[in-house]
Design a protein around this ligand. Structure first.
Ligand SMILES: [Zn+2]
Length: 468
């Protein structure tokens, strides 16, 4: 078996790993490179392999850095199945459509501003291309529901375990009969954190595994306990209600939004927070939340105990209202507190959240709540780092709002979680560390070496191939 790493190697975006066994070519994920626009765009323009030669594709989960290049794969001639869990297939369709929409929006914007004769590259793909790619999805449940292997060809098969990262996320185990014997490889995709609302803990692989490809986004650190978030939110909401402040929350439409709603609903249920109107001002987040609501079978036991067994949805309660139209959103931007608004994008680089921030950032009566990872150079990162003034659209604003960092939620396993996962994977010989910046991967490699001196550990670079 041969593995080639085409993305998320010594960085955290563009996940794409090609497995070859005999003539069979299996693609694990086909993600978009994200980051500085022009660098990322150059990497996304061409696929680093021939799409028509890929025999099958497996999608670990629906984040754009794992699924966002699937439309290009199909556009370039891929005509085989894309295996994913049912929730991943449904959410990935929405994410690909949203990606096409953002690309078109950016393209039209750049065209408007460009000087004559500047060549502006068209979007990578259209909404029609995204819909076309979604037609190749072959939904398959987790193995705990069926215990069955899914055949890939006469010699190769695979199964899914729950990765606990976002709804539908899967760890994939691939097995191929080869001349020297059977080779078993596992790929974690993104591996979840423990005690995250709604989701199971990452599921341990039952069979012995020869080679593991594991993400290590947080290979160098441990998270704060999630349990602390309740007290943190209570203090912020009490402040908002007492002082009639508005709370503006940039949140990723996929994952973080649903987790926040769950936690707020539960606190409200328990009488722990005062009544405050909560607005979800993101049509994409609301569509994704509907997909979450229709996949109760993937929820963890706590969600069943707290909500489903009482015939309640974790995602609807009387304080919460979903806004759809631009007019509703504009009216809320102009309204005064107390209320809470959750909107995307998660790093405040686009979407309706920018309008809320533009209005609120210089108002000392506003609370801005940062709940997720903020990449360098984004507005969210500047607010997180206490930088003032900040530029929003074409104007500069002093930051007078109270900025609070609620960093207890993380969708990724931390160093402890990653180490526990490796130690519970049986028979491991080789391990490849992916989906991480190099310093994080090196820190994790060092700790793995201390614990498992016999393990063959590699931090692959983009384009490198290995026989396993
Ligand atoms: Zn992810």
């Amino acid at each position: 078996m041969r593995i080639t790493f085409f993305g998320a190697a010594q960085n955290v975006t563009g996940s794409k790993h090609l497995i070859e066994s005999g003539g069979f070519r299996l693609l694990l994920d086909c993600g978009l490179h994200q980051g500085k626009r022009f660098d990322a765009d150059a990497l996304n323009r061409t696929l680093p392999f021939s799409a028509g030669d890929v025999s099958a594709t497996i999608l670990s989960h629906a984040h754009a850095d794992h699924c966002g290049m699937l439309p290009l794969l199909v556009k370039n001639g891929y005509r085989n199945k894309i295996f994913a869990t049912p929730a991943t297939a449904a959410i990935a369709r929405l994410i690909m459509l949203d990606s096409a929409k953002i690309q078109l929006h950016d393209y039209l914007n750049m065209q408007k501003r460009a000087v004559a004769d500047t060549k502006i590259l068209p979007p990578l793909y259209s909404a029609e291309d995204a819909e076309e790619a979604a037609r190749y999805f072959a939904p398959l449940p987790y193995a705990h529901a069926t215990h069955a292997w899914q055949p890939l060809d006469q010699r190769c098969r695979f199964k899914f375990y729950d990765a606990g990262h976002i709804l539908g996320s899967a760890v994939t185990v691939v097995q191929c009969d080869e001349p020297g014997g059977t080779t078993t490889l596992a790929y974690t995709g993104d591996l979840g954190n423990t005690h995250v609302p709604l989701l199971h803990e990452p599921e341990i692989i039952a069979e012995p595994v020869d080679t593991l490809i594991i993400e290590c986004t947080y290979g160098n650190k441990n998270h704060r306990p999630i349990a602390e978030i309740a007290d943190h939110l209570k203090e912020i909401i009490r402040d908002a209600v007492q002082n009639k402040r508005k709370i503006i929350i940039p949140a990723f439409a996929l994952g973080r939004t649903q987790e926040l709603i769950y936690i707020l609903h539960k606190l409200y249920h328990q009488g722990e927070i005062p009544v405050i109107p909560i607005y979800l001002d993101s049509p994409l987040a609301s569509d994704i939340t509907n997909v979450y609501a229709s996949h109760q079978e993937d929820f963890d036991q706590d969600t069943w105990t707290d909500f489903i067994s009482r015939n309640e949805s974790p995602f609807s309660f009387q304080n919460l209202r979903t806004l759809q139209t631009v007019e509703e959103s504009k009216a809320l931007v102009a309204a005064s507190g107390p209320f809470m608004v959750i909107a995307s994008s998660g790093m405040a680089e686009g979407g309706r959240i920018v309008d809320h921030l533009e209005r609120g950032v210089s108002d000392p009566n506003t609370i801005i709540m940062i709940t997720g990872y903020q990449a360098e150079n984004t507005l969210g990162r500047k607010l997180q780092d206490g930088i003032t003034p900040v530029r929003i659209y074409d104007r500069t604003y002093d930051v007078r709002a109270r900025v609070v960092i609620v960093d207890e939620l993380s969708a990724h396993a931390d160093q402890r979680g990653l180490l526990a996962y490796v130690s519970r994977t049986k028979n491991l010989q080789k391990i490849f560390l992916v989906h991480s910046e190099l310093p994080q991967a090196m820190a994790f490699k060092e700790i793995l070496t201390q614990h498992f001196p016999a393990l063959d550990i590699t931090i692959p670079a983009v384009g490198q191939s290995f026989e396993v």
